[in-house]
Design a protein around this ligand. Structure first.
Ligand code: GLY
Length: 376
């Protein structure tokens, strides 16, 4: 279990405004609310969904220990709250844990009106969404992400999943939450490496869609990486949520545009697998993967020399652990088994100019092998 150790200091009194970002999906529309210290007024924030029914707060022990007063406050305000604790690491994301949660919910008397509040990072969010999507054929879920990765990516867009021994996220559903509540003040109890590496997903939005985010990473990286400028952090988070919301609104089921979110993830996933999801954080693997994808974009004439040089210097600002010896054959093997390949065709995300992600089906094995030269 990841027990937070290093505390990130944040300046105490600069509170960014609340930002409400709509995710437009017809009857499944919802808002992403970004607001510092939102957790302090959670009873009010959740009030529109509280009809006196049972609430399951799905979380992990370290978060429960740190934020028990937040949960207690809900109880005191009259919410019928039942915390359910699951492991904080990837081991929670399997069908056995889902079954344990379903069973506890039955024992607690949860019915079709009950709500799941998934309070945690990607593991809790994916498991919570999956459990909610299937319990009594589907009950509402609200995402309360506590990691930066979850705030800017995994809590948004309705991807829910558990893993199989054969691979990650092989069983799940697209099941939209009723709301995503983003309180960046959760980040202050996370290890710095966890937060900084997760900025990878934000810079990804810069590469594929938003040159304002990209420019912030060029001009303000040190301030961002210090995690001390609350307004800047909130701006990056809200802009990232906005891009994700736009993309998911256009393509909920990943028929096309949503694939752009995989920029850096195809080769990054191979690096993550080689390190067995241990030595390298997801964001770090994606940073390495974005270097390779930028290399291929340049090789194919989609990024000019200057843009490529800038892209690499943006990515090189991030501290990264050494990648070690990655065998090209192993990378190709993992890429060829990626579940995102359809009928054997690899959809590889490149950038045709910064801010313009494109789906390419003509990235070859030799392009991938060649690109590894920039990360060795
Ligand atoms: N994390 C990528 C997606 O939600 O599509």
């Amino acid at each position: 279990m990841n027990v937070p150790t290093t505390h990130v200091s944040t300046s105490a009194d600069t509170h960014a405004d609340t930002q409400i970002i709509p995710l437009d999906l017809g009857e499944h529309s919802y808002n992403i609310t970004v607001s510092y210290d939102l957790k302090e007024s959670l009873a009010d924030v959740l009030a529109p969904w509280n009809k006196g029914q049972q609430w399951v707060v799905l979380t992990q022990q370290a978060i429960f220990d740190l934020y028990a007063p937040v949960i207690e406050k809900l109880q005191v305000s009259g919410y019928r709250i039942h915390p359910i604790i699951v492991p904080g690491d990837e081991s929670a994301k399997n069908i056995a844990h889902a079954e344990k949660v379903w069973t506890q919910m039955v024992e607690l008397g949860c019915d079709r009106s009950s709500i799941v509040l998934a309070m945690g990072g990607g593991v809790v969010g994916d498991l919570g969404g999956f459990v909610a999507s299937t319990y009594m054929r589907g009950i509402p879920v609200i995402q309360l992400p506590t990691t930066l990765l979850a705030m800017v990516d995994s809590a948004i867009g309705g991807k829910t999943a558990v893993n199989l021994p054969a691979g990650k996220n092989l069983v799940g559903a697209i099941y939209q939450p009723k709301a995503v509540l983003v309180d960046p003040s959760f980040l202050k109890t996370l290890p710095r490496r966890n937060v900084i590496s997760s900025l990878a997903e934000a810079v990804k939005y810069g590469f594929i869609r938003d040159t304002v985010i990209y420019d912030l990473f060029i001009n303000e990286f040190d301030k961002l990486a210090s995690l001390e400028d609350k307004a800047l952090l909130a701006e990056i988070i809200a802009r990232s949520c906005n891009i994700k919301a736009q993309i998911v609104s256009n393509d909920q089921f990943e028929g096309g545009e949503r694939k752009l979110l995989n920029f850096g993830h195809t080769i990054g996933h191979a690096f993550e697998t080689i390190h067995e999801y241990g030595g390298l954080y997801h964001g770090e693997a994606v940073l390495y993967g974005m270097k390779c994808a930028s290399y291929i974009s340049h090789k194919k004439g989609l990024l000019d020399d200057e843009s490529y040089a800038t892209a690499m210097s943006v990515l090189n600002q991030f501290p990264l652990p050494p990648l070690g010896d990655v065998s090209a054959d192993r990378v190709l093997d993992i890429v060829s088994h990626d579940k995102k390949n359809i009928n054997g065709t690899l959809s590889f995300i490149l950038v045709d100019g910064i801010g313009n992600g494109v789906i390419s089906t003509d990235v070859t094995s030799s392009d991938i092998v060649e690109s590894l030269s920039v990360v060795k």
